[in-house]
Design a protein around this ligand. Structure first.
Ligand SMILES: *[C@@H]1O[C@H](CO)[C@@H](O)[C@H](O)[C@H]1NC(C)=O
Length: 261
């Protein structure tokens, strides 16, 4: 009898320790990465728990703590391992590992940018296979809610990569468009024309999910193509205002936001 009680006590202690530990891990360190840096100026780049205002549960993000601001990363691609050809539910909830290639998820990006007391700057970093880099920044970045298809909203462009969101010709502006995946069509075309091929959906040709608009010049979630095999693919990592001559699939990309102070 005494022995049984002993086991029970041990199990209780283990359960208690375990729940205390998981509580500790789930305590948000700020509302976003810039808030964390403000509270703790020594904070390095890395994974942190955040809880935006009005959001019920904290979640993990990767923070890029840089001289030009502390950025909350929501997209990273650098290789073929993490597949981005996924359906609506995956893009909504997120996938991948915060320290590696990943997509944070539309719900979390929406939760982050819906706080009306803040204005968000979006930064898109791009790397090509020849060792060059370029960026695109947009003011007033936010997403609409799920009912709107997580509509993309941006205002002023600034950068060296060109404004691929607005597009390299008229009629393909992705600003104001909902997110599309192979199983959710918000792309504004039916059929969508690719040269002399007509398809029902942009996502079928471009790959992955994006704020496609007939279909547009930006599309960073297509198939990954290694150096030497990165030219000419319909599905790739495209930013056509930077790489203008032929369909060019980039080596790496990153998307992140910071609040304007
Ligand atoms: C454009 O972006 C660069 C790099 O972040 C920044 O130094 C510059 O001030 C920005 N210009 C404008 C007009 O926002």
């Amino acid at each position: 009898m005494r022995r049984k009680v002993g086991y029970c006590g041990l199990i209780l202690v283990i359960l208690f320790t375990y729940s205390e530990q998981s509580k500790k891990q789930n305590v948000a360190q700020g509302t976003d990465c810039s808030d964390i840096k403000g509270k703790n100026p020594q904070a390095f780049s890395g994974v942190y728990w955040i809880q935006p205002n009005g959001v019920r549960a904290p979640f993990k993000v990767y923070c890029e703590m840089r001289a030009d601001g502390s950025w909350t990363v929501f997209q990273k691609r650098s290789g073929p391992q993490m597949k981005f050809n996924r359906v609506w539910a995956a893009y909504k909830n997120g996938f991948g590992s915060h320290t590696k290639d990943h997509w944070l998820g539309l719900r979390k990006i929406f939760a982050l940018t819906k706080d009306k007391t803040k204005k968000w700057t979006l930064r898109v970093d791009l790397w090509d296979h020849e060792g060059n880099t370029a960026f695109a920044e947009y003011t007033h970045f936010k997403l609409g809610n799920e009912k709107s298809g997580f509509k993309l909203h941006v205002r002023k462009f600034n950068g060296t990569a060109g404004d691929a969101i607005r597009g390299v010709y008229k009629g393909i502006d992705q600003n104001g468009f909902g997110f599309s995946t192979i199983d959710k069509d918000n792309d504004g075309c039916q059929p969508c024309i690719f040269g002399d091929i007509a398809l029902e959906e942009c996502a079928a040709s471009e790959g992955g999910g994006w704020w496609f608009s007939r279909c547009g010049s930006a599309s960073l979630h297509g198939d990954y193509h290694p150096a030497g095999d990165h030219i000419g693919w319909a599905s790739g990592l495209h930013w056509d205002s930077w790489k203008t001559s032929a369909p060019y699939s980039l080596k790496a990309t990153r998307m992140m936001v910071k609040p304007v102070v």
